[in-house]
Ligand binder design. Sequence first.
Ligand code: AMP
Length: 112
Amino acid sequence: MDDCIFCKIVSGEIPGTIIYEDEYCLAFEDANPQMPVHTLIVPKEHYASLADDVPADLLGHLFSVVPKVAQIKGVADSGYRTIVNTGDDAAQTVKHLHIHVCGGEPMKEGMF
Ligand code: AMP
């Protein structure tokens, strides 16, 4: 996708702070972190969101990378939250499927 910012990070056209990479995905630091740890995992292939007929094996792979990222970021033991925003009501701002991995301090109990 020519105008997709995450595709541009995947291709190296724009910089990202990459902490993990494999054949299928990339993990990089969120540019506007909401927590001390806030990392995004994205597939290298463009899918707009979870609603974009993402192959199940790719979804499984992306989620299998979550604990690896948590280990790299040092929150494997303390805990972390994974978030996937899908569509307008969820305030998905970047239309390239991504998993947020957030942690590094206690979160309040609440809606989720
Ligand atoms: P979402 O609201 O789920 O679509 O989240 C998109 C996330 O992408 C936000 O947390 C942004 O801070 C983050 N973001 C946007 N542009 C960049 C970028 N160039 N590099 C890293 N993170 C970005």
